[in-house]
Design a binder for this molecule. Structure first.
Ligand code: COA
Length: 269
C-alpha cells in the first residue's frame, strides 16, 4: 500500500492542467483529494475525473473558490479538514498568465497575475496553518522558470513566481520547527498544458525550444505528480526550502549544441 493512502491533499488550481494531474496522482494511491478552482463546472468535472482513478479509501471533492479571496480559501480548507481530517499535503498551484509586454500591460493587468500567483499562494499557505498535520505536513508551491529567468512578455509572472519561491522558503524556515516542510516544484515545458499549446502554434520556435532541453522532449503531467509525491513522502523528510526543477535539465543549461557528435578536430598544419 502506498504511504499516501488515507492522506488529505488540498490543491489550489487543481481543476485543470498540471495540478489536476497531481490530484489524480495522489488519488490513484488512495489519498483523499480536494481541488479548488474558479469555475464551478470545471470543479465538478475534476471531482468526477479524480474519483474515477481513486483506489482504496481514496476520495475527491472539487469546488469553486477564488484563491485571491482569503476568507473563501480559509473556509475551503476548514471544510476539507472537517471532512477528511488534517491536511497532510497542500499544493499551491493556482496561476494565471497571458503574454504582454510591459508597455502593453496596465497596472491592473500586472496586479491580476501577482494576485493569483503570489497572493494566492500566500492565502493558501497562511490560511492552512491551523489545519495542517503537525508534524508531518508537506507544502508545495508550483512555480516556473520565470522565477529565475527574466522573460520578455512575462513581467507579471516573473515578479510573481520569484515572490512565490521566496515566500515558500520563508515558510520552510518559519514552520520547519513545527515539522512542516515547504518546497517548490519548477516545471519545465509540460505536454498538453496551456503554455505549451501557445508555444506550439509556431512550429519552428517550438522545435528550437525542444532542442534547448537536455532531455530533448517535453515533460509530462505524471512526472510533475511524481515529484509532488516524492516531496510529500518520507524519503524527502529532510528536504525543506528547496526548488526542485522538473524540467529535463533546462535550468542547468541549454542543450541546443550537439556535443555527442562533435565534428573532428582540425589538425594543426
Ligand atoms: N494583454 C494585456 N492585458 C491583459 C491581457 C493580455 N493578453 N489579458 C488580460 N489583461 C488585462 C485586462 O485588460 C485587465 O486589465 P484592465 O482592467 O486594465 O483592462 C486585467 O488584465 C485583468 O483581466 P481580467 O480578464 O479581468 O482578469 P481575470 O481575473 O478574469 O483573468 C487571467 C485573469 C490571467 C486568469 C486570464 O487572463 C486568463 O484566463 N488567462 C488564460 C488562462 C490561464 O491563465 N491559465 C493558467 C496558465 S499558467
Amino acid at each position: 500500500m502506498s504511504e499516501h493512502a488515507g492522506k488529505t491533499v488540498f490543491i489550489t488550481g487543481g481543476t485543470s492542467g498540471i495540478n489536476l494531474g497531481i490530484a489524480k496522482g495522489f488519488a490513484s494511491e488512495g489519498a483523499k483529494v480536494a481541488v479548488i478552482g474558479r469555475d464551478p463546472q470545471r470543479a465538478a468535472n475534476a471531482e468526477a475525473e479524480i474519483k474515477a482513478v481513486c483506489t482504496g479509501d481514496g476520495d475527491a471533492m472539487g469546488f469553486s473558490c477564488d484563491v485571491r479571496e482569503y476568507d473563501a480559501v480559509e473556509a475551503a480548507l476548514k471544510k476539507v479538514a472537517d471532512a477528511y481530517g488534517s491536511i497532510d499535503v497542500l499544493i499551491a498551484g493556482a496561476a494565471g498568465n497571458f503574454y504582454a509586454p510591459l508597455l502593453g500591460m496596465s497596472a491592473n493587468a500586472f496586479r491580476t497575475v501577482v494576485d493569483i500567483d503570489l497572493f494566492g499562494t500566500f492565502n493558501a499557505f497562511r490560511a492552512s496553518y491551523p489545519y495542517l498535520t503537525k508534524p508531518g505536513a508537506s507544502l508545495i508551491a508550483i512555480s516556473a522558470g520565470q522565477a529565475d529567468r527574466a522573460s520578455a512578455m512575462q513581467a507579471h509572472a516573473c515578479a510573481a513566481k520569484a515572490g512565490v519561491n521566496q515566500l515558500t522558503k520563508v515558510c520552510a524556515v518559519e514552520w520547519g520547527p513545527a515539522g512542516v516542510r515547504a518546497n517548490i516544484i519548477s516545471p519545465g515545458g509540460i505536454a498538453d498544458t496551456v503554455g505549451v499549446k501557445f508555444l506550439s502554434k509556431d512550429p519552428a520556435r517550438f522545435e528550437e525550444a525542444i532542442q534547448r532541453i537536455p532531455g530533448k522532449r517535453l515533460g509530462t503531467v505524471d512526472e510533475i505528480a511524481d515529484a509532488a509525491k516524492f516531496l510529500s513522502s518520507d524519503a524527502a523528510r529532510y528536504i525543506n526550502g528547496q526548488v526542485i526543477y522538473v524540467d529535463g535539465g533546462l535550468y542547468a543549461g541549454d542543450a541546443s549544441v550537439d556535443c555527442l557528435n562533435p565534428p573532428p578536430r582540425e589538425k594543426k598544419a
